[in-house]
Design a protein around this ligand. Sequence first.
Ligand SMILES: NC(=O)c1ccc[n+]([C@@H]2O[C@H](COP(=O)([O-])OP(=O)(O)OC[C@H]3O[C@@H](n4cnc5c(N)ncnc54)[C@H](O)[C@@H]3O)[C@@H](O)[C@H]2O)c1
Ligand SMILES: N[C@H](C(=O)O)[C@H](O)COP(=O)(O)O
Length: 325
Amino acid sequence: MTQPMGITMGDPAGVGPEIVVKLAAEGLPHPTVVFGDFAILARAAKLLGVPVEIVEIAHAGLAQGGVGRIEVVPVSRLPADLPFGQVDARAGAAAYAYIDRAITAVQAGEISAIVTAPINKMAMHEAGIDYPGHTEILAERAGTTDYAMMLANKELRVLLVSIHVPLSEAVRMVTVENELRAIRLAHRAGLQFGIPRPRIGVAGLNPHAGEGGMFGSEDDAIIAPAVAIARQEGIDVAGPLSGDTVFMRARMGEFDVVVAQYHDQGLIPVKYLGLDEGVNITVGLPFVRTSVDHGTAFEIAGKGTASAASLRAAMAQAAAMLRGG
Ligand SMILES: NC(=O)c1ccc[n+]([C@@H]2O[C@H](COP(=O)([O-])OP(=O)(O)OC[C@H]3O[C@@H](n4cnc5c(N)ncnc54)[C@H](O)[C@@H]3O)[C@@H](O)[C@H]2O)c1
Ligand SMILES: N[C@H](C(=O)O)[C@H](O)COP(=O)(O)O
């Protein structure tokens, strides 16, 4: 068997375990190892009523694959009656441990890529683990500060200048350096997706990209000069463009990647198109990491209704990136 992908099970109290089991029951699209918890996966299989075989393996190198079989590296041993849908420090600590173990495995060459199920940031915080999300954990372990979050579906690819920070801080993070880093990463990601000359549109920060300074100075004073430098470097980039129309323009084919100035500016357009096909990609890592585009959905955890479509899309995206596309 070629190296399997590693799926991290996500927060054990959320929908992560059930979407992993649901996908395995439907047929995992690639050889896969799960970094998670045997009892929690077994509970998910029972509630879904699906005939999957769950097998513990000591490390990813022992994976054999097989239809209807979930091979799990048992990173945690949580009680099978862990409450669904609640912030729980035990679950937060376990979710972090799955990511930690998967990073070790990908760096050791035991797995080909990391695909993550959702974590609950508050649960991790309750466990004393203070990261804004997977992205920063992965970047720190990879030893890079040159990274970005991208969300993509069949119609849009969006890369963020800033991620999980208060909006006031996001505005402060609009600097020439951060704009250039984002534009260069968007260009590099476009090339990795097999686009020979990626066309990048940069969203403005202010209404109508500042309307010539009437509605804010950052677009003209910071974003435009960064775009000019990137153009001198040979990158096909335009902006700052009105944030209210740049995503529509990309969707209609004018841009391959949109650089968005902050989390919600970029993620609302992608998620508004539906969670099923959305994938979160960490750009700038020395290994492939993709993720579902949704969260732990605590209100439906344990009901068996969560869709595994985004997890399937995340695996497909990881496979495409491993093939170089
Ligand atoms: N990849 C990740 O780890 C990731 C991504 C986003 C949010 N989060 C975290 O998840 C937690 C909850 O976030 P939120 O409530 O803002 O967003 P959420 O994505 O968990 O939920 C938003 C809405 O989408 C629905 N939903 C989500 N996933 C679904 C699925 N697979 N099938 C059907 N419906 C689904 C939910 O029921 C809810 O109505 C937070 O701690 C957040 O930080 C994690
Ligand atoms: N901002 C992401 C989203 O809403 O999909 C998410 O919170 C996940 O972030 P990490 O991949 O850094 O955990």
